[in-house]
Design a protein around this ligand. Sequence first.
Ligand SMILES: [Zn+2]
Length: 257
Amino acid sequence: MLILSVVIFIAGLAIGSFLNVVALRYLKKQSVVLPSSHCPKCLTPLKFWDLIPLLSYLLLQGKCRYCKESISPVYPLVELISGVIFLWSYFIFGFSLQSLEFVVLGSFLIVLSIIDFKEFILPDKIVFYNLIAGIILKIGYLINGSNINILLYSLAGAFIGFLFFYIIFLLYPEGMGGGDVKLAFVLGLFVGFPLVFLWLFLSFFLGSIGGVLYLLTLKKRFREPLPFGPFLALSALITLSWGIYLINIYFSLIWRI
Ligand SMILES: [Zn+2]
């Protein structure tokens, strides 16, 4: 159990390292495959021991081996988050179609969140690939013996998520990007009906907490809009993991009043 957990965590770190590359190359409009990884400052191609997830950053104390330029802590942070998501998936779902769904979605959401933090957009192309992945996974559930209703519930979730965000987008276009509306369709598909309602609630709940913390910690002159995508993402992962449990708690509290 412990050894397996460590292996899964390391696999998550390695995937995180790849997700960093995908997001960075997207931001720089480069191909994902070429050119090989290099230091953005001195352009020295990096050897494989410079690219060991998390470990290289710690050993190099956050500086390029060749020119001593600081390496952004975003890289090891993303690797760590990816490792945690893989471990999280294993603890909740073991090895199953659900765990595959969870890590696939988690990986897309990591890339989307990095780009949203840096450029305040959720690129159509990546959201579209995420949608395709979602549809393939839902078909996988069908092949695996799930009832056809899973497709109906997923589609209902997608349309409810989309509609809700689209209405907010129409009422308050400054507060929300079109990318959020499209991502809401995809995440609604993943969580499905009726959990889509819990996901909507958590998104706005966590978004407000994040917004308040953000205003409290940052000085006014540094204030930039806070991207909403990462909150949609985190809420979707929580909903997939503990959605039914949370809804049961909610209703048991309601009965008591
Ligand atoms: Zn360098």
